[in-house]
Ligand binder design. Structure first.
Ligand code: PHE
Ligand code: CO
Length: 296
């Protein structure tokens, strides 16, 4: 490991206590990556490219290829930025890790995507609780080349700044939207369901589980339904939501959320694994192996 990130405090969020790092933007310390860091990148990169064939959506695979990331070495943010800036005006900025919510939203609103500069240790190859460079770069960055998705992410940032000024409940509603789309979303293609969520594409186990297991629910995208739905942070999701296209996502989230937050304020949240009468059900999960403790 090149060096330890600078953790500053624990912050209570709807996900429980999470470590929050300095809000500083840092230059990627590329020269300090060790051979072990590069090897971790190589292992994860090769493995996921293979797992995602026929599983990730075409836009993800094609856009990832456009960056010319290779297993040979950890990519340089600078080189990725040249491609990204020309395509959609986004840029990557190096950070120590998770940011306070408002800082994160402000970056997104200004088309800056924060990327954790450090990579996980070899013993964390299969699972790491917090986002590292592999999750951020391999998982999030490819779709920033898609113009519609790129606009969605910036709109989300603006929506976040707005929700932050409304209430803690509004923020919870909005965070669930991010979770069930950006992090754990599925998309329907002509040839079946595919993955676009970053939390899935950066995990071998969940890439297979989300599409092939009988255990989780797979349900059609519905904005308010998602905003009411709790989620898991420490196990595979009990429910995945399926969009038809990125345009659908953009169109559904374009309206002012203020009246939606107000309407949802009087409604109960839904358990992560629940199925509702008016859900468009692709698969009703068997629930096998589900944790029985509380959802976040
Ligand atoms: N339309 C949302 C609002 O008024 C903003 C938003 C757009 C939020 C896209 C999420 C995603 O708050
Ligand atoms: Co993420």
């Amino acid at each position: 490991m090149s060096s330890e990130p600078r953790r500053v405090e624990n912050q209570l969020t709807d996900k429980g206590y999470v470590p929050v790092y300095t809000t500083a933007v840092v230059d990627q310390p590329w020269d300090s990556y060790t051979p072990e860091d590069h090897a971790t990148w190589a292992t994860l990169f090769r493995r996921q490219r293979e797992v995602l064939k026929g599983r990730a959506c075409n836009e993800f695979i094609e856009n990832q290829t456009r960056f010319r990331m290779t297993p040979d070495q950890i990519p340089r943010f600078e080189e990725l930025n040249a491609v990204l800036d020309k395509a959609t005006g986004w840029q990557l900025i190096g950070v120590e890790g998770l940011l306070p919510e408002l800082t994160f939203f402000e970056h997104l609103a200004n088309r800056r995507f924060p990327v954790t500069w450090w990579i996980r240790r070899p013993d964390q190859i299969d699972y790491i609780a917090e986002p590292d460079m592999f999750h951020d770069l391999f998982g999030h960055v490819p779709l920033l080349l898609n113009p519609v998705f790129a606009d969605y992410m910036a709109a989300y940032g603006r929506g976040g700044v707005k929700a932050h000024g409304i209430s803690a409940e509004a923020l919870v509603n909005l965070t669930r939207l991010y979770w069930y789309t950006v992090e754990f979303g599925l998309i329907r293609q002509d040839d079946g369901l595919r993955i676009y969520g970053s939390g899935i594409v950066s995990s071998k186990g969940e890439s297979i589980h989300c599409l092939e297991s009988a255990s989780p629910n797979r349900i059609g995208f519905d904005l308010k339904r998602i905003m009411r739905t709790r989620y898991r942070i420490d196990t595979f999701q009990k429910t995945y939501f399926v969009i038809d296209s990125f345009e659908q996502l953009m169109d559904a989230t374009r309206p002012d959320f203020v009246p939606i937050y107000a309407e949802l304020a009087s409604k109960e949240s839904l358990p992560a694994g629940s199925v509702q009468d008016d859900d468009k059900v692709y698969q009703r999960g068997s629930g096998e192996g589900w944790a029985t403790d509380a959802d976040a």
